[in-house]
Design a protein around this ligand. Structure first.
Ligand code: ADP
Ligand code: MG
Length: 564
């Protein structure tokens, strides 16, 4: 999800150890299969999690410590990378040990220059005004030096799923009762979700219809190493970040391979094109056309401080250049101060009509420090402007709804095509509510196999490992509605690859895992579906020792894929 750069941690700054995933452990209560044979077909979600060979993190010492600092990059070598179970060294796409240091320095230098010249940039957190004033305190976006291998079949699968998920969100958004009922227990346990639901209830009460509906979604996946299954992490329906910068990182990698591909044995044509920025802009332009007021503007709802502003400026700049449509940037507080609603539903901000509202804020409690922001959200929701997303789309993307949709027979309520349903179901990981005592018991016994998720977006909110056990035991003891704030999810263990990560002009070599996000644009006016396409992708790569994955939150870097 979109996020400011305020919480950048220095996770990539020191990794004396390398974490790999090794063989599972067996507890007295539960035995998880270790065999390399194919898992049996899943008969239930619990079987599904049981049939997955879970891998335990095991630490091995790196031979050399890194990183090294400064632009003259001297990445230390990682110690022999062993797959503990099979006792073999993983075969990387590139022989990282074999890369000559001079060559590496050159590639890193070129990549940093390319990023600076082409706007692959974020605000530098060490510069105070970098989140407020464009052009002040810029630094290249955290990115991988080379693309990550990704199997072509699963890539195609992820692409193919995109329009189906977008259609699903649209259908779910129209079922106000389903949204309210599914989230009714969460409402009691989570004040933020409760406010969102109140807003949604108000819209149901006034029978608010959104004839023109615009969704700019991103469905995120990880590839489970053992089963090779592409499993969905989450479906984002609000503030999906990096359409601008992810397109650029793909270009960066093509540029690196155009220059160095031959010596590395890599073909730049194996990197799929990524025009997420162009598609997003096209979606805004088409939505604006449907709104049919030539004087109306597009409004980006933004956070007061945003170090990821260039990702957003890429959208507004291209929108202006290509379609001559102006986008303004406003915080929720500014909207509260400047907006008015005309009797015909037109939203005026600073006296100008708004055709499309694009939220890059408003997805987390911090975005609502006072009642002013909630007033602004309500006013926008009441208006005839096209909201990306509407409150219904926003709620359809919550983790609780993801978990509800994974229950048996629920997809069938919204989709007719059996093949489509089967395709979606195939990518669902194990998802459970905390009402299920068997799963809670399992998660207490084997917390490393689960991720516990509250209804939050933007990274850094999930619970892992021993904290899962602790939190579950605490909730059991309290015996209140608190548990309804969370869902439990099967932990996915993707393949670990070596990679070079670039952050703050420093190159780090590390073992990493990736998460693939496919953007989808959906635009509809009443019965007419104007756009429903996959529109580019985002690969985020993080060190395998890190649980969380956000780029903006400081856990991951931007990456692209190399089809294998
Ligand atoms: P957010 O809305 O905060 O982005 P996510 O559900 O995407 O929440 O979780 C944040 C990060 O946590 C992901 O990007 C991923 O790196 C990691 N993660 C989430 N779910 C799982 C899972 N089931 N298995 C492994 N890692 C996960
Ligand atoms: Mg996420």
């Amino acid at each position: 999800m979109g996020a400011a750069y305020s919480s950048c941690s220095s996770l990539f700054l020191a990794f004396p150890t390398v974490t790999l995933y090794s063989s599972p452990i067996t507890t007295s209560s539960q035995s998880y299969p270790r065999s390399k044979s194919k898992p049996k077909p899943f008969s239930s979600t619990i079987d599904k999690i049981r049939n997955t060979r879970f891998l335990e993190p095991v630490k091995i010492m790196a031979q050399t410590s890194f990183p090294c600092s400064g632009l003259a990059v001297k990445c230390g070598k990682v110690g022999e990378v062993e797959n503990q179970e099979e006792g073999t060294t993983r075969k990387p796409m590139v022989d990282y040990h074999g890369i000559d240091q001079v060559l590496l320095d050159e590639m890193v230098y070129d990549a940093l220059v390319w990023s600076s010249l082409h706007g692959l940039l974020v605000g530098d957190k060490s510069v105070e005004r970098s989140g407020k004033v464009p052009g002040v305190g810029l630094v290249h976006a955290p990115s991988a030096l080379l693309p990550m291998p990704f199997p072509e079949n699963q890539w195609r699968q992820a692409v193919e799923l995109t329009p189906i998920f977008s259609e699903l969100v649209d259908r779910v958004s129209l079922d106000g009762k389903f949204l309210q009922e599914s989230l009714s227990r969460t409402k009691k346990a989570d004040a933020f979700t409760s406010r969102l639901l109140d807003l949604h209830s108000k819209m149901l009460e006034i029978n608010k219809k959104e004839d023109i509906r615009l969704g700019l979604h991103r469905s995120d996946y990880m590839l489970d190493e053992q089963t090779k299954l592409l499993l969905q992490i989450e479906l984002n329906t609000i503030s999906c970040s990096f359409p601008g910068l992810s397109s650029l990182v793909t270009e960066l990698h093509r540029s690196v391979l155009n220059h160095y591909g031959e010596v590395l044995g890599l073909d730049p044509k194996r990197i799929p094109g990524n025009n997420a920025n162009g598609y997003f802009v096209e979606a805004f332009a088409k939505a604006w056309t449907e709104y049919n007021n030539p004087r109306a503007l597009v409004m980006f709802v933004v956070q007061a401080e945003e170090r990821n502003m260039y990702d957003q400026h890429w959208l507004s700049a291209v929108l202006k250049e290509r379609y001559n449509i102006t986008a303004i940037r406003k915080t929720m507080a500014e909207i509260d101060a400047e907006a008015e609603l005309l009797s015909d539903g037109t939203l005026l901000v600073g006296g100008k009509a708004i055709a499309v509202i694009y939220f890059r804020a408003g997805y987390k409690p911090d975005d609502y420090p006072s009642e002013s922001e909630w007033r602004a959200r309500l006013l926008m929701e009441q208006s005839s402007a096209i909201k990306c997303p509407s409150i219904s789309y926003h709620l359809a993307g919550t983790k609780k709804i993801q978990q509800e949709l994974a229950k048996p027979d629920v997809l069938e309520r919204f989709l007719d095509n059996k093949e489509d349903i089967a395709k979606l179901r195939k990518c669902f990981a194990g998802l459970w509510s905390l009402d299920d005592p068997n799963i809670v018991k399992e998660a207490i016994e084997r917390p490393e196999l689960f991720v516990m998720k509250p209804q939050r977006e933007g990274g850094g909110n999930n619970i892992y490992g021993a904290d899962v056990r602790e939190t579950l035991l605490r909730l059991q003891k309290e015996g209140t509605d608190g548990s309804a704030a969370y869902i439990l999810m099967q932990r996915i263990f993707p393949t670990v690859f070596q990679t070079f990560l670039l952050r703050n002009g420093i190159c780090h070599q590390d073992n990493a895992v990736s998460e693939l996000g496919i953007y989808g644009a959906y635009l509809r006016n009443k019965d007419k579906v104007i756009m429903n396409d996959q529109c580019g992708y985002l690969l985020r790569t993080k060190t395998s020792s890190s649980d969380e994955g956000g780029v903006a939150a400081g856990f991951a870097v931007l990456d692209s894929i190399y089809l294998t």
